[in-house]
Design a protein around this ligand. Sequence first.
Ligand SMILES: Nc1ncnc2c1ncn2[C@@H]1O[C@H](COP(=O)(O)OP(=O)(O)OP(=O)(O)O)[C@@H](O)[C@H]1O
Ligand SMILES: [Mg+2]
Length: 253
Amino acid sequence: MTTPDPGAELARLGREYADLVARLEANQARFQRLARAMYRVQEDERRRLARDLHDGLGQNLTALKHQLMLLQGSLGPAETAAPRLADAIALCEQTLADTRQLSRLLRPQVLDDLGLVPALRWLGRTLAQPAGLSVEIEAGEVPELDEDTRTLVFRVAQEALTNSVRHAAAEHAGFRLSAGRGRLRFEAWDDGRGFDADRAREGGRSGEGSGLGAMRERAALHGGTLQLVTHPGAGTCLRLDVPLAGDAGRLAP
Ligand SMILES: Nc1ncnc2c1ncn2[C@@H]1O[C@H](COP(=O)(O)OP(=O)(O)OP(=O)(O)O)[C@@H](O)[C@H]1O
Ligand SMILES: [Mg+2]
């Protein structure tokens, strides 16, 4: 019987280990690609729904409003139906505005047509201004972003600003965008009440709020990280760090 050679055994174990790690990395990369494809499908579906809402429901409401206005024009001022008709027109206008807003929030066309910074400005005007929150945007030199990265940043900004409006009781909020050393950095901040991030993360695990958790997972699929800097009473800053195109397949440390 031959005694096993410890050196050869060690080398064999080393090869097995390297093989396992390579398979794990390949599976992880495959999972990332699949999950990113799923988000792409979701965004396409949102784009289609947004168009249907805008072109279908939106156009019907516009036609309805037009008909009601014609009817209004044919009534004398003393007609008893006149105030009801005015209410119906106002309701129609409000529903039309809500439909357009919903359509744009599903997938704003400005993001595809004009790019990220105009879309962020639009988000500030749409979500924050009506709530009395002013939004400042600082954008440094940033190379042209691929569609996935643009969408990721936009969805993080949307979640962050929605949180600032809903939870922060802030006066000011802002977005900062910069790029360097092959990475894109995006920050969304507010000067509101801040919160206990650990407690919120626990709440997220027990199913209380899921917005931030979902964004963290989405960032990880792009090889990025999402960091939360906040304390009760000290405002909130959500920081996304993501590789620029070409490095997107690489996992973040
Ligand atoms: N900018 C903020 N200012 C103050 N508190 C915040 C802010 N952002 C988040 N929080 C706190 O963290 C919790 C978790 O936020 P998260 O976005 O994950 O969930 P949510 O907003 O409650 O629900 P969802 O996003 O699923 O609609 C919030 O419920 C809130 O208490
Ligand atoms: Mg939220």
